[in-house]
Design a protein around this ligand. Sequence first.
Ligand SMILES: Nc1ncnc2c1ncn2[C@@H]1O[C@H](COP(=O)(O)OP(=O)(O)OP(=O)(O)O)[C@@H](O)[C@H]1O
Ligand SMILES: O=C(O)[C@@H](O)C(=O)CO
Length: 419
Amino acid sequence: MLLGVIADDFTGATDIAGFLVENGMRTIQLNGVPETSLDIEADAVVISLKSRSCPEHEAIDTSVAALNWLQQQGCQQFYFKYCSTFDSTAKGNIGPVTDALLDALNEDFTIVCPALPVNGRTVFNGHLFVMGELLSDSGMRNHPVTPMTDSSLVRLMDAQSQGATGLVNYQTIEQGAQPVTERFSTLIQKGKRYAVVDAFNQSHLETLGEAAKSLKLITGGSGLASGIAKNWTEHLSDQSSAKEAGKPQQAKTVVLSGSCSVMTNKQVASYAAKAPHLALDVKACLEQENYCESAFQWVLKNLDADFAPMVYATAEPEVLKAIQTQYGAQASSHAVEQFFSQLAHQLKENGVQNFIVAGGETSGVVTQSLGVKGFHIGPQIAPGVPWVKAIDSTLSLALKSGNFGDVNFFETAQGFYHD
Ligand SMILES: Nc1ncnc2c1ncn2[C@@H]1O[C@H](COP(=O)(O)OP(=O)(O)OP(=O)(O)O)[C@@H](O)[C@H]1O
Ligand SMILES: O=C(O)[C@@H](O)C(=O)CO
């Protein structure tokens, strides 16, 4: 095993796993840290955690446990995967986890690279843009759990970490890998522990991948995965069979959407025009004990429709705000997550095999309640969203990050089935 990835949520994990597979690395995704060593044939292992917005000490403990396990499996380089929109609070968890991983590896320096240009996440002079808008002007400012109101990665990183942050700007990156590594050395001499790196096209990411070859720890979104995978090319064998193993089969399917992102709102609206759909009632979800049962019965009745039935909590920002004001942000999001967790479990027990899920946190609770230990990575439905197939059952999942995929994503995903 060459590369060990620690991902702070489940959709983020499948996102990077998909890009590693695309770039020739046989990749397995494991949900949580395994209790024992596993006999796995893979070049890269991605461990998915649910550490993005949990208490800091929990995020640190699980991330360091993941690192220890990956070290025991012989991984030689480590990648802390977080969101391409840098989802975090003023306290973390990106900074604290990065610090803990550096300490555990006895390292003093890493890079901060959320860029994913193929999905419109670019970094220019240290500022993060989403589809051409500053992060703080984008829909991320209204995120239910980690609203992002600053776009300066240097400032964000400084606020939530122990060390100091420097910048490698695009002018240096466009000069090639050697000047970038020299800039890393300069920053280290100046006492910087992290370098935010500009990147707004694929060529920047290739250069950064090359420059980061000797770093033990890399941190970022999935964009840099292609550059990092290229460093291992000479060690890789044939990858085609691994991708086959992840293909979904024609089977009973449900769409569960717990994301309130701008793109998911569009996808839900578009899919609702074609497919049976049920909007979750947050009040009932909080107050009625058997609320999930009625949703479960509704899904069962609609499983044979032309398009899979969709249950969604997805709401526009003003509706979400009203819910959060009335019931509390934490209580309502917890209730929604519990609902999806319970519903997914009941549906699995009743023969549903394919789960198309929107939202990272939502995907985390659904995957956990389905009891899936790990995945083979299949074909990409959209950049950063592959179909994945459980290593230990016949379940297939499409775990969609909030803002990924185009407007027809839910329908497109169902076009990948084979008999
Ligand atoms: N109508 C709602 N009312 C209150 N909370 C909600 C509602 N809909 C969704 N949520 C909560 O908002 C959170 C959305 O986070 P999630 O990670 O699933 O989506 P996302 O942030 O859009 O996706 P990603 O992390 O992949 O970008 C979840 O905790 C979910 O339970
Ligand atoms: O990087 C991204 O944007 C996604 O993989 C993600 O982490 C969303 O949860």
